[in-house]
Design a protein. Structure first.
Length: 310
């Protein structure tokens, strides 16, 4: 009852401008979660495995952007394109070295390899870049504050949802209206039958990793502008939350991953806005939502029940 009383008091005392500010921040954070969560859900949809290295690919993309702008003095918009290409290459390298040799191995072996790839990237970053926190370079165009009435919004908070929406439309077009997308859907339905029917499995999986890593690079660049601190463990907690977002939406479902990302982003921001004393527990919100949703719908919000032939 105390929580409910405080909740209604906060609502009564909160101005429309303040509420709008929190909602914009929540949508921005949810968009970032959605971009990264898509990478998890695509790989799982094709290979039925969790790419634990995906979060560390996000971390490496932040370092690529940092050195491109601050060390090599490349304009940020060219660096942005370069980061996407470099991260896509990194994703393919991980797929070919850590996952492809284990294509027909038991799932546990692939899982261990994914965890090993994650630790390798974290320790490699720690060795190459040191554990000292770095600050993502400031991009005035994206970090400037825009005033809309009585609401002040950082430009990046408006850019992130637009980029996420455009990325989602492009991805859905690729998956639903191209031959590559048809092959991806075929592999996700039945891996062995698709191989027998002549689908180039290795090519489809490589493309999947390219797309997922590219979206991770876009999300990493936006994340760096929004939250400038960079460390070798940068991707651990965001990656875990993005994985939870994918599970909440129904892992393997692209639209579900986006919905899960927005649920977590908005929920995290609003729970702190309504209950400031819970700000230290905001990371626990994702796990609580996950438990509640899976209790009532084990396959996730948009997940489908699958039957397994014996």
């Amino acid at each position: 009852m105390d929580f409910l009383t405080q909740f209604f008091q906060v609502i009564a005392n909160m101005s429309a401008a303040s509420l709008a500010q929190h909602i914009v921040n929540g949508i921005s954070l949810g968009s970032l979660y959605a971009l990264i969560a898509i990478g998890y859900t695509m790989v799982y949809g094709i290979l039925l495995m969790i790419n634990f290295a995906h979060a560390d690919i996000v971390m490496m993309a932040c370092y690529f952007a940092f050195f491109g702008i601050t060390v090599f003095h490349i304009p940020w918009y060219i660096t942005f394109v370069g980061v996407i290409i470099a991260t896509a290459i990194l994703g393919v390298v991980i797929e070919r070295t850590a996952y492809r040799p284990l294509r027909d191995a038991p799932k546990n072996s692939v899982l261990i390899s994914a965890i090993g790839a994650s630790f390798l990237l974290e320790n490699l970053a720690n060795y190459l870049f040191s554990g000292r926190p770095l600050r993502f370079p400031d991009i005035p165009l994206l970090s400037q504050t825009i005033t809309m009435g009585s609401v002040q919004i950082q430009a990046i908070c408006l850019v992130i949802p637009v980029i996420t929406f455009i990325s989602l439309l492009v991805l859905l077009h690729i998956v639903n209206h191209t031959k590559t997308g048809m092959a991806m859907r075929a592999v996700s339905k039945d891996y062995e039958i698709a191989r027998v029917m002549g689908v180039n499995i290795d090519r489809v999986i490589s493309i999947t990793f390219i797309i997922g890593s590219s979206l991770a690079a876009i999300g990493a660049f936006m994340w760096g502008v929004r939250y400038p601190g960079i460390t070798p463990l940068l991707g651990v907690m965001p990656g875990l939350k993005c994985f939870i977002a994918a599970v909440i939406g129904g892992i393997g479902n692209i639209k579900g991953a986006v919905i899960g990302g927005f649920i977590l982003g908005l929920g995290e921001v609003l729970i702190v806005a309504f209950f400031p004393q819970l700000s230290g527990y905001r990371d626990a919100f994702a796990f609580i939502v996950l438990i509640i949703i899976l209790f009532y719908k084990p396959t996730g919000l948009l997940g489908e029940k699958t039957t397994e032939k014996v």
